[in-house]
Design a protein around this ligand. Structure first.
Ligand SMILES: [Cu+2]
Length: 136
């Protein structure tokens, strides 16, 4: 009987630990999947955005702004040879090596969904792009 009680107590403890771990994981998920920068609620006169890269991926992969926003975008190249380009707004950094940053300014004066990308070699085709959403 006592062995059975110990068994029950152990199972209860395991269940509590597992459920607690699940809650911790769920709470941490948004931080892990932080791949969107949204400045549509910001009232700043200039919206400052920093983009990085992880190899041939941009972080974030999605940027949300409002139509008419003045954007001050910094591309922090963490490794490799890259740039950050968005054709529709004539915005582009120069191409530079890892460990370097460059800041550009442009006005998002057209609503819609656009693609930003790296124009070096075949990086865009290999997935070095993201979505720039301008809310009208
Ligand atoms: Cu690149």
């Amino acid at each position: 009987m006592q062995v059975y009680n110990i068994y029950l107590a152990t199972m209860k403890t395991i269940r509590i630990v597992v459920i607690s771990l699940l809650f911790v994981l769920l709470a941490a998920l948004p931080a892990i999947a932080q791949e969107v920068i949204d400045v549509t609620d910001s009232s700043a006169s200039v919206k400052e955005i920093t983009v990085e890269n992880d190899g041939l991926s941009f972080i974030p992969e999605e940027i949300r702004v409002n139509e008419g926003d003045r954007i001050r975008l910094t591309f922090r190249n963490t490794g490799g040879f890259h740039d950050w380009v968005i054709d529709e707004f004539d915005a582009a950094t120069s191409q530079y090596s890892g460990g370097t940053s460059e800041t550009i300014e442009f006005v998002a004066d057209e609503a819609g969904e656009f693609e930003f990308y790296c124009s070096v070699g075949n990086h865009r085709a290999r997935g070095m792009w993201g979505t720039f959403i301008v809310e009208g």
